[in-house]
Design a protein. Structure first.
Length: 265
């Protein structure tokens, strides 16, 4: 049976303090962000069930994982698996990761698995080109690849620490994207998901998780989510959180618009 996955947005980083701080390359957590992690470590109700911790390789997500989930990491002798597919959507300096060598130096002696950054493809994870480009089609593809990888894992309970913008692509849930800058997720907010079936790597938020954050609000349908994605992606392009889709992706989106009522991308 596929695992239960707890998705977590990273704690407050220095780039979250102001727009000008978006120019900081791969920023660290603020003191307030570290305190957010300590609160999550204390309050997270499934800490004794977690069998695997996965994180985007940016420094703020790795530190969030280290500070927020010390009990499963220590008690189960876990290493945090870094997964470049989980990186944020934009090519702003704050959303561009460090080189594998710099990350290895930053986290020397810490329980971090950097093997995904040692592959020929992974070594270029932070160049924001090709597979790692800040275009909607590339982000959709790596979100799907990450879901497929998680779907196939043998562990039953997994924590994934990633980024606010990427989480909308990852969950395919586009509600509330205007709550914060470029996301509907608060710092250290977590939500719990299962998969649609044993053969389909699509996230389904658990009823308890959904009711905890949305109350009695009815979830949007597939077509509504698709239309909301287009609107949000266009806004994010204008705000610099991602680049316009390439011509082939735009052609696919135009075809989709014919099926979904002509919403522009």
């Amino acid at each position: 049976m596929p695992p239960t996955v707890h998705l977590v947005r990273h704690a407050q980083g220095f780039h979250n303090l102001s727009v000008k701080n978006h120019a900081i390359h791969d920023p660290l957590l603020t003191p307030a962000g570290i305190e957010q992690c300590r609160t999550l470590a204390k309050d997270f109700p499934f800490k004794n069930d977690v069998e695997l911790v996965v994180a985007s390789p940016l420094k703020r997500t790795i530190y969030t994982a280290l500070y927020s989930f010390p009990e499963p990491i220590i008690n189960r002798h876990l290493k945090i698996i870094t997964m470049p597919e989980l990186q944020e959507t934009s090519d702003l300096p704050c959303d561009t990761g460090s080189s594998p060598a710099e990350i290895a130096k930053e986290f020397e002696g810490k329980p971090i698995d950097l093997s995904a950054l040692e592959t020929p493809e992974g070594q270029h994870w932070n160049d924001k080109k090709g597979k790692w480009a800040p275009h909607a089609d590339a982000i959709i593809a790596r979100a799907a690849a990450a879901r497929k990888w998680l779907h196939a894992r043998p562990e039953k309970d997994i924590v994934v620490v990633t980024h606010g913008g990427f989480l909308h692509y990852f969950t395919e849930d586009w509600t509330g994207t205007d709550r914060f800058a470029g996301t509907g997720w608060a710092n250290t907010e977590w939500r719990t998901y299962t998969f649609r079936s044993a053969t389909e790597a699509t996230f389904v938020e658990t009823p308890d998780s959904l009711s905890r954050r949305a109350g009695t609000e009815k979830p949007l349908g597939k077509e509504e989510q698709k239309n909301l994605q287009r609107t949000t992606a266009k806004q994010w392009e204008e705000q610099g959180y991602q680049k316009a889709a390439n011509i082939h992706a735009k052609q696919r989106l135009i075809a989709d618009e014919r099926d979904f009522g002509g919403y522009g991308y």
